[in-house]
Design a protein. Structure first.
Length: 134
């Protein structure tokens, strides 16, 4: 499986899905440093791709490196400031990093940005949960 994932990334070096698949596989096989390296290479190859930065955020979050994950999602937002899931994911990372007030701002922004009813419900509920903790 790893060989196939590496081959896919060799063939499609700027592909977010190929990058994410290999990074997830490396985390699952307890090789987090390699997973981070794969995700970082992805952001170097596709620096203006918000999904690649979100991939790095997910990899960092799986390693419980919430401040670094938050920075990656923040970069994704800078690139694509209307993609609500980036705001929600940043909110989650900030919450885990102990920054509940900032987390609430991003949860509220995610709820405002989305037009998808089930997303709005999830993002709003997360905001309610954060408000209740204050």
């Amino acid at each position: 499986v790893e060989r196939a994932a590496r081959k896919a990334l060799d063939v499609l070096p700027d592909d977010v899905l190929a990058t994410r698949n290999l990074a997830d596989l490396l985390i699952a096989t307890t090789r987090p440093d390699e997973a981070v390296a794969v995700a970082l290479r992805g952001t170097e190859r596709a620096n203006a791709n918000d999904a690649m930065w979100a991939c790095l955020g997910f990899v960092r979050s799986q390693l419980a490196d919430y401040p670094a994950a938050a920075m990656a999602f923040l970069r994704a937002i800078e690139i694509n400031p209307v993609h609500a899931p980036h705001f929600y994911n940043l909110s989650i990372m900030l919450e885990h990093a102990g920054q509940a007030e900032d987390a609430l701002k991003y949860a509220e922004a995610a709820a405002r940005l989305t037009s998808i009813p089930w997303e709005k419900k999830i993002y709003s509920k997360h905001g309610d949960t954060l408000r209740a903790k204050q």
